[in-house]
Design a binder for this molecule. Structure first.
Ligand SMILES: Nc1ncnc2c1ncn2[C@@H]1O[C@H](COP(=O)(O)OP(=O)(O)OP(=O)(O)O)[C@@H](O)[C@H]1O
Length: 298
């Protein structure tokens, strides 16, 4: 396996007496979109602030691309916090240039790259607009540009779609996929599990400061599956066909069953076909990440 972009080992963070992060370890595979999940107060922001060197861990160590976290690393990370922080009185172009310069870009490079992003988003005429003249969603696009303009190795996005309409959500989503396609690694933190299902390949679930679940989304779902299958058919089901399966739900032409083990679903399907049932659909029902999240944090 290639080296992870981020290797988090035994991180502990305590605020006065409250342990916000309690011995958390996980790896973020390079070039992946990784979901950092957990309920309110789980410790996600505390972890992100350690990764971005805003605060220090009390214990543990973080490696970015194989190197122990150090003062050069902020230039290699792009962080879009949930609390957006743009200076309202500054003009958009000037503001983006200022932020890009902080991340190490030359004035010339900053201008070229910012202009390219503004053009890509169709907002090139916003250069001289003041931040306060922009709507919340418009400011969010600016914040996204500020986060990615220096082409960081690691992008950390906290609720990047909050406040965006569906068109702009898709625009940012497409950009996230395109950046990932160019090799960027992306940590995505959100409470919207359907977005995680859609976007992330790996996840870690933090609860009460601890890592309670991690892995590939497909493997996590597999681990929590309950051998449920949905069948769509035409006609009547012959007597005795469902003897070995537990019927969870039965509607005309549609059946949800639970079998003792996955292989039994094949036996059931074969029995249906052998007995002349016209099967229109047959599929396994895997738990949603939302269901898994709720089960794990309760
Ligand atoms: N500066 C601080 N001082 C004291 N306690 C803090 C501080 N920052 C966070 N905490 C506490 O640490 C715990 C973890 O907070 P954190 O912000 O990391 O959670 P989170 O997972 O990001 O939550 P959310 O999803 O609500 O943003 C919470 O109990 C919070 O009250």
């Amino acid at each position: 396996m290639s080296r992870p972009i981020l290797d988090i080992q035994n991180i502990v963070k305590t605020y006065e007496k409250h342990v916000a992060v309690n011995d958390v370890s996980f790896e973020v595979p390079a070039g992946s979109i990784f979901g950092l999940l957990g309920p309110n107060g789980a410790g996600k922001t505390s972890l992100i602030r350690i990764i971005t060197t805003i605060t220090r861990a009390d214990e543990g160590v973080v490696y970015l691309d194989g190197e122990k976290l150090n003062s050069r690393h902020p230039e290699e990370i792009g962080y879009m916090p949930e609390e957006r922080g743009l200076y309202r009185k500054m003009k958009v172009g000037e503001h983006l240039t200022y932020l890009a310069r902080l991340k190490g870009l030359s004035a010339k490079d900053a201008k070229t790259k910012i202009s390219a992003w503004m053009e890509k988003f169709g907002i090139e005429d916003w250069w001289d607009k003041k931040v306060e003249e922009l709507s919340k969603g418009m400011q969010q696009k600016i914040q996204f540009i500020a986060t990615v303009v220096h082409e960081p190795k690691l992008l950390i996005l906290d609720e990047p779609f909050s406040g965006l309409d569906p068109v702009n959500t898709n625009l940012i989503k497409d950009e996230i996929h395109s950046l990932r396609g160019k090799g960027m690694s992306i940590i995505f933190s959100t409470h919207r599990m359907e977005q995680v299902e859609e976007i992330c390949e790996h996840i870690v679930l933090i609860n009460k400061g601890e890592n309670v679940l991690e892995g590939k989304v497909s493997a996590v779902k597999d681990r929590f599956k309950q051998n449920l299958f949905e069948l769509e058919y035409e006609g009547e089901l012959p007597e005795g066909l469902l003897e070995r399966a537990k019927v969870i739900d039965q509607q005309p032409g549609r059946l949800t069953v639970q079998v003792a083990e996955t292989a039994e679903s094949n036996t059931l399907l074969r029995a249906m076909l052998d007995r002349g049932v016209f099967v229109k659909g047959f599929q396994e029902i895997l738990p949603t990440l939302n269901e898994i999240f709720i089960r794990q944090v309760n």
